[in-house]
Design a binder for this molecule. Structure first.
Ligand SMILES: *Cc1c(COP(=O)(O)O)cnc(C)c1O
Length: 403
């Protein structure tokens, strides 16, 4: 018997989930992280903070998002029942706003004037720019030049929302360099700015804070599912890039008798560079200041990764998922690009819901699971909507050949 519930026990005070997590960063970053941790543990748990965040969730974000029984999708398989937690209906069309509003509210309590972050595909940048506009703060998003060219619509959205997008030209000019650049900008002005990370990754306290802000997804879904069915779901499924939408969803079910499935992007094949499945193919290692499962290349550094869903192509994974997987609590599974595209079209055509390509990974695995477990229920976190992906899919995987 544990004397404390799981969420109070993990992470431990040093930010560890078993052997994973922690903080291995230069002293000046460590000092700022310690300040954020202290502020979060006091302010973040105060009555005023919690009730203000609840108010924002309801009136600005449009929460609670519904849980929906996907009957036509279920019938098309003839197997287990598939239910969707509709994070695609959260304001801005994905779950990322859940932690961005929490981080921005904390920044406003601390009197900060500016939010700083990096972004890869631009989704985190858009969510943070939205939060900054809500709170009347400046927002500075660091983005690799290569990504800026690829993700033009998101760059425009950030600028419309009033954020400034800082092009990063060093190195490969993608996400990794953008992280370094964002950290430097934060350290140059730690009094007035707050670094707002985009997933359950990075040094302590970020994986804990982001999980806690995302926990609203699991809390809602658990109550909603129980309301609908009188029992809890047998299986809970979420896609994993860094792992924030999964961490929020799983948090309510870790101590329940439910099977948990983290769906990783299997891309085009099992060779290094063809996928981004850190739990399935990675090794214990360090990335961005924390200890976790990492896909490493020949030089020992982070390997090149690939997924049709740009929000999933990260060569590491949140430390909590690494821990839950290593302890046997979490199943690491995958969906290939092809399975994902089929799920994308299936959900669009059978349910009238166009999913984000990231979320379509979770749907693809749920469809597989429904075949394997015909008498069970499957709750899927539909992390986001696919408006951002339709042009790309239509072009590269035309419906005439794929739907
Ligand atoms: C960014 C993103 C993800 C992946 O991030 P996690 O931190 O793993 O949740 C998944 N779905 C959508 C819609 C995203 O935008």
């Amino acid at each position: 018997m544990q004397d404390k519930p799981y969420l109070r026990q993990y992470p431990d005070p040093s930010g560890h989930f078993g052997p994973f997590g922690g903080s291995d960063v230069p002293p000046d970053i460590a000092r700022e992280c310690a300040r954020i941790q202290e502020a979060y543990l006091t302010i973040g748990n105060s009555y005023d903070f919690v009730s203000q965040l609840r108010d924002i969730r309801r009136h600005f974000q449009g929460r609670p998002t519904p849980v929906y029984y996907a009957k036509r999708l279920t019938d098309s398989i003839g197997g287990g029942r598939i239910y969707l937690k509709r994070e695609d209906l959260n304001h801005t069309g994905a779950h990322k706003l859940n932690h961005c509003m929490g981080e921005a509210l904390l920044a406003s309590y601390l009197g900060k004037k500016k939010l700083i972050a990096e972004t890869g595909a631009g989704q985190h940048g858009v969510a943070l720019a939205t939060a900054a506009a809500y709170f009347g703060m400046e927002c500075e998003i660091h983005m690799g030049e290569v990504d800026i060219a690829k993700q033009h619509p998101n760059v425009i959205r950030m600028e419309v929302l009033g954020a400034s997008v800082v092009p990063v030209t060093r190195g490969q000019a993608t996400l990794k360099e953008a992280v370094d650049s964002a950290f430097e900008a934060w350290l140059a002005d730690p009094e007035d700015s707050l670094y707002a990370i985009g997933s359950v990754v990075g040094p302590h306290p970020f994986p804990m804070m982001v999980r806690d802000f995302q926990a609203v997804v699991g809390v809602e879904a658990k109550a909603q599912f129980h309301d609908m069915m009188g029992v809890l779901p047998d299986n809970v499924v979420a896609c994993v890039g860094g792992g924030s939408n999964a961490a929020g969803m799983f948090s309510a079910f870790i101590e329940e008798p439910c099977q948990l499935y983290a769906v990783e992007p299997l891309g085009t094949g099992p060779e290094l560079g063809q996928h981004a499945a850190s739990l399935m193919y990675g090794h214990v290692g360090d990335i961005h200041g924390f200890h976790t499962m990492v896909l490493t290349g020949e030089d020992g550094g982070p390997a090149p990764v690939y997924s049709v869903a740009s929000g999933l192509d990260y060569p590491g994974v949140g430390p909590e998922h690494a821990y839950l997987h290593s302890s046997g609590r979490l199943n690491a599974v995958g969906a290939t690009d092809d399975q994902t595209i089929r799920a994308f079209y299936a959900l669009s055509r059978l349910e009238g819901i166009i999913p984000a390509l990231e979320s379509a990974h979770a749907v693809a695995y749920a469809m597989e699971l429904a075949r394997q477990k015909p008498h069970e229920s499957i709750l899927v976190n539909l992390s986001g909507r696919g408006d951002k992906d339709v042009d790309f899919v239509y072009e590269k995987y035309p419906p005439a050949e794929w739907a």
